[in-house]
Write a protein that binds this ligand. Structure first.
Ligand code: SAM
Length: 244
């Protein structure tokens, strides 16, 4: 019998989760960027800037952005690695990837784009200097398999960056819960005509491993020197780990 996993607060068969996540992102793709700005009050831009600016990427580096969606990080990496570098924008969802690719093309950036499942990456071993995944790991059915793939495609000495919602500082959790479960679905309904997807967002954040648990998952996948930095009182955390 198929094992179960969570899809937000619901329990579903493991084989069903990716399809349900796909429905969410096909539904929100066109409104994804405007909703991100609205829901986070623009904070997601600061979290992504922090990620880009503390990564230590160099000109000429090869970078893989997993679950890259509409391309915020891929765009930032491309500016930093320059023409001699290589940046791949990848995602499992064709709607998100199409919005991302078109947006980058409109800005004059032509990056290689690949429809790719993080759990089965179509890249060779030891290829990238840096792998990033922003707000994507939470949606993956087998996080251990995805982290193992990220490890495989990194060069020795390469770095993984995981930017993800995390466990907020406890005194803030009542107000954060109110915002997540009352305001977000209403905004989703009004702007994207989709309350359910934003209810899933709030639930999936609560089901995601906290800072220390994700750190342990990365260590278990083989990463070394794993550490994290809380942003906005732990609403988000940036985890970093190296392949040695
Ligand atoms: C919240 S969006 C994040 C997009 C972008 N990284 C950002 O920070 O704005 C999550 C993305 O994860 C993608 N995703 C979910 N499961 C995935 C998987 N197994 N492999 C690759 N991408 C996946 C979704 O399609 C979606 O585009």
């Amino acid at each position: 019998m198929d094992k179960t996993t969570h899809f937000g607060f619901k329990s579903v068969a493991e084989s069903e989760k990716a399809g349900k996540v796909a429905e969410v992102f096909h539904s929100v793709a066109q409104k994804y960027d405007v909703m991100n700005d609205l829901m986070s009050g623009g904070l997601h831009r600061i979290w992504k800037h922090f990620t880009l600016n503390t990564a230590g990427v160099r000109r000429g580096d090869k970078v893989l952005d997993i679950a890259g969606g509409t391309g915020d990080l891929a765009r930032g990496w491309a500016k930093r690695v320059g023409k001699e570098g290589e940046v791949w924008l990848t995602d499992i969802n064709s709607s998100m990837l199409t919005v991302g690719r078109d947006r980058l093309l409109d800005e004059g950036l032509m990056l290689p784009v690949s429809l790719a499942d993080a759990e089965k990456l179509p890249f060779p071993d030891n290829y990238f200097n840096l792998v990033s995944v922003a707000f994507g790991l939470r949606n993956m059915t087998h996080k251990d398999a995805a982290l193992a793939e990220m490890y495989r495609v990194l060069k020795p000495g390469g770095k993984l960056l995981v930017l993800e919602f995390s466990k907020v500082w406890k005194p803030l959790s009542p107000v954060y819960d109110f915002y997540s479960f009352k305001a977000l679905p209403v905004m989703g309904k009004l702007v994207a005509n989709d309350a359910d997807s934003y209810q899933y967002l709030a639930e999936s954040i609560r089901m995601h491993p906290d800072q220390e648990t994700l750190k342990q998952l990365m260590l278990d996948a083989g990463f070394g020197k794993v550490d994290y930095h809380n942003l906005s009182a732990g609403v988000v955390a940036l985890h970093k780990g190296f392949k040695f």
